[in-house]
Design a protein around this ligand. Structure first.
Ligand code: GRF
Length: 217
C-alpha cells in the first residue's frame, strides 16, 4: 500500500476518481491527506465525505514560496506520504517540495504534452486547430508541465467542439489514466531515466491509450 498525499485547489473530480479507484480495490494505495490552498474547494467536501483529513494552507499566510512548500512537506511527511498527487492544484510547485519528493510528484494536464502547456490547454488546442486532443500524466519537475511523461490518452477534437465539450471528453479520460498511472507507480513499474519513463511489464490498458514507450512490433 502506497501512501498518497493529494494537492487540489478546486472541483476535485480527479481526486474523486482516485478515491473511487481505491475503494473498488483497483488502486493499492491510501490517501493520507488532502492539502488545498483554497478553503472553498469542493475537493474539501469530497475529503470529508470520504473520511480523508484535509489541511488548508493559504499562500498569503506565508512569507515566501519556500516557506509555503516547506510547510506542505511537513504535512506530507507527518503522515508518511510517499507519492504526491497534484489534482487541479493551481500553483506552480517549488522547492523544497520538489527536492524532497523528486520524481515522486505527479500531475495531470488536459493536453497531449509537450503541446499546450500552461493554463486553458483545451482552448489552446481548439484555437490551434488540432484534430486530436487528450491528456497527460507526468512527473513534476521545475518547469511548467515539462516533466517526464508517464501516460497519455487521446480523444478526437470535432469541428463543432467548444471548450466545455472538449474539456468534458478529455476529463473522462483523465479519470481513467490518473488512477492507472498511480497504479503503475504503486506496482514499482516506473523507471525514470533523464526525461524518459519506461514502464516495466506494461499491462494492456485500453486501445485509446498512448504510452510513451509503446513497443513497435
Ligand atoms: C483537470 O482538467 C486537470 O487536467 C487540470 O485541472 C483540472 C482539475 O479538475 N490539471 P478536477 O479539479 O480534478 O475536477
Amino acid at each position: 500500500m502506497i501512501k498518497l498525499g493529494v494537492l487540489a485547489s478546486g472541483r476535485g473530480s480527479n481526486f474523486q476518481s482516485i478515491i473511487d479507484s481505491i475503494n473498488t480495490g483497483y488502486l493499492p494505495a491510501s490517501i493520507e491527506i488532502l492539502i488545498t490552498d483554497n478553503p472553498d474547494a469542493y475537493a474539501v467536501i469530497r475529503a470529508k465525505e470520504n473520511g480523508i483529513p484535509s489541511v488548508c494552507l493559504k499562500m498569503q499566510d506565508f512569507k515566501t514560496k519556500a516557506e509555503y512548500y516547506g510547510r506542505v512537506v511537513v504535512e506530507l511527511q507527518k503522515r508518511g506520504v510517499e507519492l504526491v498527487i497534484l489534482a487541479g492544484f493551481m500553483r506552480i510547485v517549488a522547492r523544497p517540495l520538489l527536492e524532497v519528493y523528486k520524481m515522486r510528484i505527479m500531475n495531470i494536464h488536459p493536453a497531449l504534452l509537450p503541446s499546450f502547456r500552461g493554463l486553458h490547454a483545451q482552448r489552446q488546442a481548439i484555437e490551434y486547430g488540432v484534430k486530436i486532443a487528450g491528456c497527460t500524466v507526468h512527473f513534476v519537475d521545475d518547469g511548467v508541465d515539462t516533466g517526464p511523461i508517464i501516460v497519455q490518452a487521446a480523444v478526437p477534437l470535432y469541428s463543432d467542439d467548444f471548450e466545455d465539450t472538449l474539456s468534458k471528453r478529455i476529463l473522462e479520460m483523465e479519470h481513467k489514466i490518473y488512477p492507472y498511472a498511480i497504479k503503475l507507480f504503486c506496482e514499482n513499474r516506473l523507471i525514470v531515466d533523464s526525461n524518459i519513463v519506461t514502464i516495466l511489464n506494461e499491462p494492456k490498458f485500453d486501445d485509446n491509450i498512448i504510452v510513451p514507450n509503446l513497443k513497435k512490433t
